[in-house]
Design a protein. Structure first.
Length: 362
């Protein structure tokens, strides 16, 4: 409608319309200001020495599902197998079939942009092949849930491990909550960034210490492990030691934190990645290591110290805190990666808004 054609008798209606809009905006603003953090539970799972924490995903787009994704602080972005998400006719051995730039299926916008997501290092790389997609995502269960709006995800059609074996569908779906962006496509970031913070909260999350006694072979639901949305007290008076992150043109903000690590009577510089996605073995990258490659013996003491003064000491055993020494010349990865065992003794916080990671002994 052109404004020049508006009759005077419609003006009261228009004024009322604008007043309703203004009141609605005011109401929305107040609601936004009163948003509080949301906590949900995760599942603690163990198989042999391997531990995992899984986040339940119960809806993607308009499709009800029941999948458990690896909760991963070491990567960015959600990946999920297209099997039983898209019609089988769309999925072929050579890729997801898209006509044009995109197609909407069950509320999921699947684009023609393809890519590969890789996990691991030169000693073994697992690769997922698929397409960029967008969808509303619901996480949690009846004890607590949350729906994120229009999240960019990586919808893959096949996954190949380091030995060239194709893995079964949904065997390695990942819920990456790192601060960066996925190398598969610069649009893919942590789904937790899509939590509505309003005006009172900062974008980010806290991960409480994991309960060592709750890991089970069937997966035990542990309430309140994940809290989305950070308060001012989280960032200033909760005894987290904050570590500013470095930005890179490729990958965005890196979760790697500089410091030193001491083991077997020596101290070396390190770049730490605190990774819930590493299920059992901490990897110490030591460029001076030659004959010492391999597992540290049980009862070895390891001390990590970050450049901001956070310190953590652990003792290796035959069933926990397993640790290997590697040389980055062999792995092509310079990072010392702390496994999920770290999170049994320490709290973890990622502040997306201010680009920092907080660590706290518990």
């Amino acid at each position: 409608m052109k404004l020049t054609r508006i009759c005077l008798r419609y003006l009261p209606v228009l004024c009322m319309f604008f007043m309703v809009c203004l009141n609605a905006c005011k109401k929305d603003k107040n609601v936004a200001a009163n948003i509080t953090p949301v906590s949900i539970g995760l599942y603690e799972y163990v198989s042999g020495v391997n531990k995992r924490i899984f986040i339940p995903v119960t809806q993607i787009g308009t499709k009800t599902i029941n999948y458990y994704e690896i909760f991963d602080t070491g990567s960015s972005g959600m990946t999920i197998d297209a099997a039983n998400i898209l019609p089988a006719s769309m999925i072929t051995a050579s890729g997801i079939q898209i006509t044009g730039d995109s197609v909407v299926v069950s509320g999921i916008t699947v684009t023609s942009k393809t890519g590969t997501v890789s996990y691991g290092d030169a000693t073994g790389i697992t690769k997922e092949y698929g397409n960029l997609a967008y969808a509303n995502i619901k996480i949690g269960n009846t004890a607590g849930s949350y729906t994120f709006k229009r999240v960019p995800i990586f919808l893959y059609y096949k996954i190949i491990d380091g030995n060239g074996k194709q893995l079964s569908a949904h065997s390695a779906d990942v819920f990456g909550v790192g601060p960066g962006v996925s190398y598969a496509n610069g649009n893919i970031t942590s789904p937790l960034r899509y939590f509505e913070t309003g005006t009172a909260l900062t974008s980010g999350f806290k991960l409480a210490t994991l309960n060592a006694s709750r890991f089970s072979s069937t997966g035990t639901y542990v309430s309140g492990l994940l809290t989305m949305g950070l308060t001012a007290s989280d960032l200033s008076s909760s005894n987290f030691i904050m570590h500013p992150l470095t930005y890179y043109s490729s990958g965005g903000y890196s979760p790697d934190i500089p410091g030193t690590i001491s083991y077997s009577g020596k101290t070396i510089s390190a770049q730490f990645l605190f990774d819930t996605g590493t299920p059992s073995i901490t990897i110490i990258e030591d460029k001076l290591a030659t004959n010492a490659l391999g597992a540290l013996p049980a009862n070895s003491e390891v001390t990590i110290t970050t450049n901001k003064g956070f310190t953590y000491i652990y003792i290796t055993s035959s069933t926990g805190n397993l640790t290997e020494i590697q040389n980055p010349n062999n792995t092509d990865d310079y990072r010392t990666i702390l496994s999920i065992d770290f999170f049994i003794k320490n709290e973890y916080l990622t502040d997306y808004g201010n680009h920092q990671i907080g660590l706290k002994n518990n």
